[in-house]
Design a binder for this molecule. Sequence first.
Ligand code: CTP
Length: 400
Amino acid sequence: MSLKDKKILVGLTGGIACYKIPYLIRSLTKAGADVKVVMTEAATRFITPLTLETVSNNPVAVHMFPAEKFISTRHIDLAEWAELVVIAPATANVLAKISTGICDDLLTTIICATPRPVMIAPAMNPGMWQNPVTQRNVATLRELGYLFVGPEEGDMACEHVGMGRMSEPQKIFEAIQAFFQTSRKKKALKGKKVLVTAGPTREAIDPVRYLSNHSSGKMGYALAASAVKMGAEVTLVSGPATITPQPGVHLVSIETTKELHREVKKYFKGVDCLIMAAAPADFTVVHTKQKKIKRGKGTFELSLEPTVDILKDISKIKKTNQLIVGFALETDDAIANARRKIKEKKLDMIILNQPGPDSGFGTDTNQVTILYKNGRAVDLPVMRKTELADSILEIIAKKL
Ligand code: CTP
């Protein structure tokens, strides 16, 4: 995506990752952005303002009260000029300062003054990142709507390995692109209510064992995040998953297909769209044992019965202005099976997955075919699940 004429203020604080920032600025200017740079005094120890002036093609500001050309409102001018402020690298010190409103240099004063979104790419030693005080500051900033990219796990300049490495410039660049892309689409689902299901369900065999599947929940969580970013009010009913939902998503946790059915039924009446990305267990155990089943000598038989087909049941109460999107994971006769599911479950569209190296359970990417109830089929290329989620939500927004 082009960043033509986007006004981006990049703030550098004192960390060794400063040496990577010229690459970030180069990517931004190449994409058409107008980049201005503010550095803390400590950042100038790691990289010179001259380097950043050269790559940004703009003067670099360091001091609140520069000796040469004093402009009394320079912090306000820069704070209001920017459409997005990016702090990279962000030290533990700057996180602490901005989370408590301290403004004792040009950068922190700009951050305090700016009405624009601020994106933070932390970079610090793992001990500093894990420090509960830093974590508390990060939680405060997240709650206040500051955006975060990283940090990541890996080798550190201090020869430690752990969490705290700044995300690579390419990743920060992509996050900036995604920010501008989302703000463009932000209003597309404003006022709409979306219900998303995600993850597997578990059917207990005894107190320690269960039947389940390999669903990770990544696709459903990505869909919920995209819907929130586009302005929707989102409820996510999720089976067991280890993902943190996007802030703003109302999370309802369930375990069994029966519980999933109960919650979907409860929320469906009030929503404009249901996206059923969960992989509910199709069978449940007829008699769940109350005590752990002991190992025997012979074979062991387990009686299973089908669970309710949630979509089929929900389709009975579907109103004409409601949209239902299903998912299908097929290994054989994929298109025919998916078309059959559209009819049987009265879906508006189905996202067909065929498991492969880039697609299916647990992967970060997916390759899908979107099938519509009117018979149209659209093959999409391999995409990150987050990008696919955005594409699906854009289609839904148009239909709603
Ligand atoms: N689904 C559902 N209730 C179930 C099982 C699945 O509502 N008990 C939903 C899934 O969330 C998905 C769609 O139905 O959106 C298709 O799921 P899939 O597992 O592909 O199909 P099934 O209907 O379970 O049929 P089969 O397993 O025989 O392919």
